[in-house]
Ligand binder design. Structure first.
Ligand code: HEM
Length: 318
């Protein structure tokens, strides 16, 4: 019988869990989810920096971090501005706003990776399908859609020729690992940045604060990725308590003493500067459009075990 999940929710235990050498990103008996085995998504999943704890993780992480850090703030601001204009020359409905929040980080990455423009609208749908299949709790149907999406993303990425893709290939060395991790960037960026954008818009509607203050306040108080998990790689202890091999550890990224909005330890997010600049540019774009505040009136939270993303919708008139 599998032991119950262990919950880490205080600052000290969360730090211990995120830096623990006996805790890994995947259960030791299932490095790739069973539903993805013998599908095109299997090698892709296995190569993702987010899913690895082997000896190669550090080098791969350093390569991805260096490729992301090689772009200046100015380059990222310009790309965000360009993509925001293309996605939303106006903003008329709540549904359009929800779509914009997901599509902006995906569009900026696509722009920098050099994924052909005509594929970008379907790209957003496929990234969202892929996210559903990789994130915890996916249904059988979501896993099946995710596998199809992974195949398409792989095909498009093979033809990518943008500066981010070139730098990933150069720094990682192995082209197929670079392709997998370029696709992984979409997965990593999408929900977190959409949550940061949406939550900051809601905060700015309630309080008269600057965009910068709004962004840091959301990251501090209600991190868009609020939970992560680890798995005991072997029998070990956490907070002095025994954990058995395979046991799940649920980790709260917001604790009373500290927010771990971008994680901590060896798997800490390498995209925090990108996230910040994309969200900043997105909100500035919406402010410049004079978007009506009524678009923010109705929202529901995305169905997700780890992301806190408001999805705006138009309520039926009574
Ligand atoms: C507001 C937006 C974002 C939030 C809240 C966020 C949050 C996080 C968190 C909490 C982790 C650690 C997960 C864990 O330890 O289990 C993480 C990892 C990661 N993030 Fe982000 N992220 C955001 C945007 C981005 C962007 C824009 C990129 C890329 C451009 C990115 C790339 C990554 C990658 C590659 C990892 C995996 C690192 C590793 O496992 O070594 N993230 N992110």
């Amino acid at each position: 019988m599998m032991a119950c999940p262990f919950s880490a929710a205080t600052q000290q235990v969360v730090r211990e869990a995120l830096a623990h050498r006996d805790l890994g990103m995947r259960p030791p008996h299932e490095p790739v989810p069973a539903a993805l085995l013998a599908t095109p998504a299997q090698p892709l999943f296995a190569a993702l920096v987010r899913m690895r704890d082997d000896a190669g993780h550090g080098e791969l992480k350093a390569a991805i971090s260096a490729a992301l850090a090689s772009f200046s703030d100015n380059e990222l601001c310009q790309a965000t501005h360009r993509v925001a204009q293309q996605l939303a020359p106006d903003m008329l409905t709540a549904e359009q706003l929800t779509r914009f929040n997901y599509a902006l980080p995906i569009g900026v990455l696509a722009d920098m990776l050099g994924v052909a423009y005509q594929e970008r609208t379907v790209l957003v749908d496929n990234v969202l399908d892929f996210v559903r299949c990789i994130a915890p709790g996916g249904s059988e149907q979501q896993m099946a859609r995710g596998v199809i999406a992974a195949g398409k993303l792989h095909e498009w990425m093979q033809a990518a020729d943008g500066p981010l893709f070139i730098r990933l290939c150069q720094r990682i060395g192995d082209r197929s690992v670079a392709i997998a991790n370029a696709i992984g960037l979409f997965f990593q960026a999408c929900e977190g940045t959409a949550g940061l954008l949406g939550q900051t818009l809601l905060l700015m509607q309630k309080q008269d604060v600057t965009v910068e203050y709004g962004l840091s306040s959301v990251l501090q108080e209600t991190p868009p990725i609020h939970t992560t998990r680890r798995f005991a790689l072997r029998d070990t202890r956490l907070d002095g308590e025994p954990l058995v091999a395979g046991q799940t550890v649920l980790i709260a990224l917001k604790t009373e003493g500290e927010s771990f909005a971008f994680g901590y330890g060896s798997h800490q997010c390498p995209g925090s500067a990108w996230a910040h600049l994309i969200a900043l540019g997105g909100i500035r774009h919406l402010l410049a459009l004079n978007m009506e505040s009524k678009l923010l009136t109705h929202f529901r939270w995305r169905v997700s075990q780890n992301a806190h993303v408001p999805e705006f919708f138009t309520a039926e008139e009574q």
